[in-house]
Ligand binder design. Structure first.
Ligand SMILES: NC(=O)c1ccc[n+]([C@@H]2O[C@H](COP(=O)([O-])OP(=O)(O)OC[C@H]3O[C@@H](n4cnc5c(N)ncnc54)[C@H](O)[C@@H]3O)[C@@H](O)[C@H]2O)c1
Ligand SMILES: [Zn+2]
Length: 364
């Protein structure tokens, strides 16, 4: 078992990672100061796989637990679902002390965290992430949000959980494509911050892909620590420190948008292509060597991630990338790398070069 502390003083918390850590939930909850009844927010699929186990662990620890379910779709990150949850919470909680358990992937985590942040002006909640992406990314850092018509994550808050419990056993029921979705973010973190992790993934890819316990726990721990350190330095994402996590995301998001956020490109897949495009730009600007760019592309491809977005209109990708939230007016901003572990923020990249990079990754 590995424990990473997110050092945010009063709002600090532990991220506990390992195979079977959920069995010790009662002990961690006590330490985290979560008291009263647990309301587990989850979706029907996750409840079927893991809900009963989590509820029984809680009951064994003397904690009363009940479920609130949301549909298994990104559409659940909505004001309508939040309102339903808030009303059902009121009925369940009555005058009892409660805390919320977000049991699921990023969708459950984001909406459950959002509801926890506003119910009675904030009740304690913990993240129990069940996807690889949620374990290394969305469960850590306190960004909770719902989507609006105009775009994703447009209404939300910074509201830190009291505890994150990342049980690697959950990954055993996760479809392969979802594993790769998370692995893409792990490779991203390694590229921006951790050459040793990058090398470890290169040398242990087969073990990682078959979810070897030790290898999986190691990459989750390292990536969680990278996120924790960035969050500590820039809790409210105002100092431009968390921006490094956006490597690969400018063109990546644009690919997701150009494909209409369909199932064609999952987030991690689009980011894999986005990293390749960012490296193309960095090489052309003379910041990055071709050899390192190739090494990253090779790792992504060996993992089974796409480095090209076939069948996507480059013009649509170009138009979509202009909405990147990092851009300031007409001035664009890209997170690039000059080596593994070396991030550089570059502004005013010529449109011609961006178009070239997009054409290179969209070519069939
Ligand atoms: N808050 C943040 O900082 C942050 C960061 C990154 C992403 N996000 C958000 O996270 C969301 C994506 O999260 P995600 O990739 O985890 O997707 P998800 O929550 O939709 O989960 C993916 C799928 O896997 C299923 N699933 C989850 N755990 C499972 C398990 N153990 N076994 C079998 N199936 C399981 C889910 O039911 C779902 O169908 C997006 O809404 C994104 O905006 C938030
Ligand atoms: Zn991402």
């Amino acid at each position: 078992m590995k424990k990473i502390h997110v050092g945010l003083k009063k709002r600090g918390y532990d991220v506990v990672i390992g195979n079977g850590v959920v069995a010790s939930m009662g002990r961690f909850l006590k330490k985290a100061g979560c008291e009263g009844s647990a309301i587990i927010i989850t979706n029907p699929a996750i409840k079927r796989y893991w809900g009963i186990k989590v509820a029984s662990v809680l009951k064994k620890s003397g904690i009363e637990a009940s479920f609130l379910e949301i549909p298994d779709t990104e559409k659940s990150k909505s004001i309508a679902t939040s309102l339903k949850l808030l009303n059902r919470l009121t009925l369940k909680a009555k005058s009892k002390k409660i805390f919320i358990v977000a049991l699921g992937g990023g969708v459950v985590g984001d909406v459950a965290g959002f509801v926890a942040s506003i119910y009675k002006r904030g009740v304690p909640y913990i993240q129990v992430p069940t996807t690889l992406l949620a374990q290394v990314d969305s469960a850590i850092g306190g960004k909770v949000a719902i989507d609006l018509k105009a775009g994703k994550n447009l209404a939300g808050a910074f509201y830190q959980p009291r505890l994150v419990l990342s049980d690697t056993a959950f990954l055993s029921t996760l479809p392969k494509r979802q594993i790769l979705n998370g692995l893409s973010e792990i490779i991203k973190s390694a590229v921006i911050k951790d050459p040793a992790l990058f090398k470890f993934i290169e040398n242990n890819l087969k073990r990682i892909l078959r979810l070897d316990k030790a290898a999986t726990a190691r990459i989750i721990s390292r990536t969680s620590a990278i996120k924790a350190r960035l969050v500590e330095k820039d809790e409210y994402d105002r100092l431009g420190i968390r921006i490094a996590l956006n490597y690969g995301h400018t063109i990546g998001h644009a690919i997701e948008a150009a494909s209409g956020f369909s199932k064609k490109y999952m987030h991690g897949e689009a980011i894999s292509v986005g990293m390749t495009a960012a490296n193309f730009i960095a090489v052309k600007l003379g910041l990055l060597s071709k050899a390192i760019s190739r090494r990253i592309t090779r790792l992504l491809e060996n993992a089974g991630l796409p480095t090209k977005a076939r069948g996507i209109d480059p013009k649509k990708v170009y138009a979509a990338h202009l909405h990147d939230k990092k851009f300031i007016g007409a001035k664009n901003r890209f997170v690039l790398i000059s080596g593994i572990g070396r991030v550089t923020i570059e502004e005013r990249i010529p449109a011609k070069l961006i178009k070239e990079a997009i054409a290179a990754v969209c070519a069939s």
